[in-house]
Design a protein around this ligand. Structure first.
Ligand code: C2E
Ligand code: MG
Ligand code: MG
Ligand code: MG
Length: 283
């Protein structure tokens, strides 16, 4: 009897494995066609200046809507895209789309809005990455200083000297560079000062526990102080409560982003929100 049960368990287990493997294969084949089928779109999460409350830009976040499976999270499909060599093309599409949309807003008179674009490790390491960025700026006519690229610590640590080389070239173009999810990697403070970056985004895990855990306040405080010392702008991501926002303001964190302020918005909704704020500040 026990043997029988064990047998069933193994059977169940392997069925589940098969299902997962099949799902993965299906996902891969859908992903390969997603660009040509126009299934990607970007949402824009406002970034605000904590001192004034003004929206100065957005982070562009990639969305994939497949007609059969629905919305797939970027945390699920981006690693697959990296693995099967699709991230290069997808990354180019994101750069062009984000820059073009932001330039449209400039043309509508919506301030010099900035746009932050996430860059994955494999994409950054492509020898053509710099050319891709130049191309997106050229076709969109977005001023380079309005484009901010978000890189992660682990991406830079893969090959520090090469990363610094590329980052310097980006900065020479006028493009801004920031470290995303700061605090979750292994960056040592000594190389942080030699990195050509403009801002740090404190990872949301620190922000979310800021009131539950005193040590998180200490970490956030230290990152902000360090940011000032290194002349970097500090952004808090994943701000979900008013208390978190008040505390960050008190700690003189420059910028913030999070559900309590705005969720990621469709392009037209983002536009409406920026216009609304501009009208209010003109009253
Ligand atoms: P990320 O760059 O750290 O982006 C922030 C993530 O936090 C986004 O998730 C955003 O929707 C979410 N978020 C914003 N505010 C809050 C909040 O208050 N609370 C919580 N719990 N979450 C918040 P999303 O859009 O699912 O993206 C996840 C990750 O996928 C991104 O993390 C980024 O690493 C990656 N990603 C997204 N778009 C792109 C892209 O175009 N290219 C690449 N290479 N990666 C992307
Ligand atoms: Mg990001
Ligand atoms: Mg982040
Ligand atoms: Mg994050």
């Amino acid at each position: 009897r026990a043997k029988q049960q064990g047998g069933n368990r193994i059977k169940l287990y392997s069925t589940k494995m098969n299902e997962q493997a099949l799902y993965r294969i299906e996902l891969e084949s859908y992903l390969r066609k997603a660009l040509e089928k126009d299934e990607f779109f970007l949402v824009y999460q406002p970034l605000i200046d904590l001192e004034t409350g003004a929206i100065f830009g957005s982070e562009a976040l990639l969305r994939w809507n497949h007609p059969k499976i629905g919305l797939v999270s970027p945390t699920e499909f981006i690693p697959i895209a990296e693995e099967i060599g699709l991230i290069h093309e997808i990354g180019r599409w994101v750069l062009k789309e984000a820059c073009t949309q932001t330039k449209k807003w400039h043309d509508l008179g919506l301030g010099p809005l900035t746009v932050s674009v996430n860059v994955s490790a494999t994409q950054f390491q492509q020898p053509t990455f710099l050319e891709d960025v130049k191309w997106a700026l050229n076709v969109s006519k977005l001023p380079p200083h309005c484009l901010n690229l978000e890189l992660t610590e682990s991406l830079m640590l893969r090959n520090i000297s090469y990363s610094i080389h590329v980052m310097k070239q980006l900065q020479a173009l006028g493009v801004k560079v920031s470290i995303d999810d700061f605090g979750t990697g292994y960056s040592s403070l000594s190389y942080l000062k030699s990195l050509p970056i403009d801002s740090l985004k404190i990872d949301r895990s620190f922000i979310q526990q800021i009131h539950e855990d005193r040590s998180h306040i200490a970490i956030v405080k230290a990152i902000i102080t360090m940011g000032y010392g290194l002349r970097l702008k500090v952004v808090a991501e994943g701000v979900e409560t008013l208390e978190q926002m008040k505390l960050l303001k008190r700690l003189k964190c420059h910028y913030a982003q999070g559900y309590i302020i705005f969720k990621p918005l469709a392009a037209d909704e983002f536009e409406k929100q920026v216009m609304k704020r501009e009208r209010m500040s003109n009253l």
